[in-house]
Design a protein around this ligand. Structure first.
Ligand SMILES: [Fe+2]
Ligand SMILES: [Fe+2]
Length: 198
């Protein structure tokens, strides 16, 4: 039985329609690859937010006075530092590496890539600040009580907000754009601006 993707070939000379079929197939494969990439990043975002919330939970409980501050903060601070180093920072690098080849060939893409870079720089800065605060908590027993008394002012909360806003920006603006840029990108060997074959 003929499959629907085979229909374009029937009744036509192979030589005439071969390029069009090839272009459509290439586009189909590229679209699938792009959707897989976007799906992978979407999963990563969900996991990142879940694991961050898990690590922040004890800090939030202490902030909201549901739990007393622990005498030794190591147990709750270490998972958060590990999340920053092992999950969050590698995600930014991976995302930049994955997006770069799709965005850089066009002016529009280059501008969007620059705005992603700007947002990542803002997140890295907030992260550095939050990490310094946590290291103060771990390092200086003399300021520990004061630290917990002002935990509601910690950069941790600003970082959490900025991260979820950034993820929303990526889902709403970046992912649809990267799919559109990829589908409209010329095939290798095709003249830029040439009418699509087929
Ligand atoms: Fe990002
Ligand atoms: Fe991301």
């Amino acid at each position: 039985m003929a499959r629907s993707w085979d229909a374009g070939r029937r009744g036509a000379g192979w030589g005439q329609e071969g390029a069009g079929v090839g272009r459509r197939r290439e586009l189909g494969l590229r679209t699938m690859a792009m959707h897989a990439l976007v799906g992978k990043l979407t999963n990563q975002h969900e996991m990142l937010l879940d694991s961050l919330d898990e690590s922040l939970q004890p800090f939030a409980e202490i902030r909201d006075k549901n739990l007393p501050a622990p005498p030794n903060p190591e147990q709750i601070a270490r998972p958060l530092l590990r999340w920053m180093q092992r999950e969050f920072l590698p995600h930014l690098v991976e995302e930049e590496d994955l997006f770069r080849p799709y965005f850089m060939p066009t002016e529009e893409g280059e501008a969007l890539f620059a705005s992603i870079g700007g947002e990542h720089a803002k997140l890295r800065k907030l992260l550095r600040q939050a990490r310094e605060e946590i290291n103060l908590l771990l390092g200086k027993a003399s300021i520990r009580q004061a630290w917990w008394d002002t935990v509601d002012l910690s950069t941790l909360w600003a970082f959490r907000r900025a991260l979820s806003e950034h993820i929303e920006f990526e889902h709403r603006h970046v992912f649809p754009k990267v799919i559109a840029l990829d589908v409209n990108a010329p095939s290798p060997g095709r003249e830029p601006g040439a009418a699509p074959a087929g």
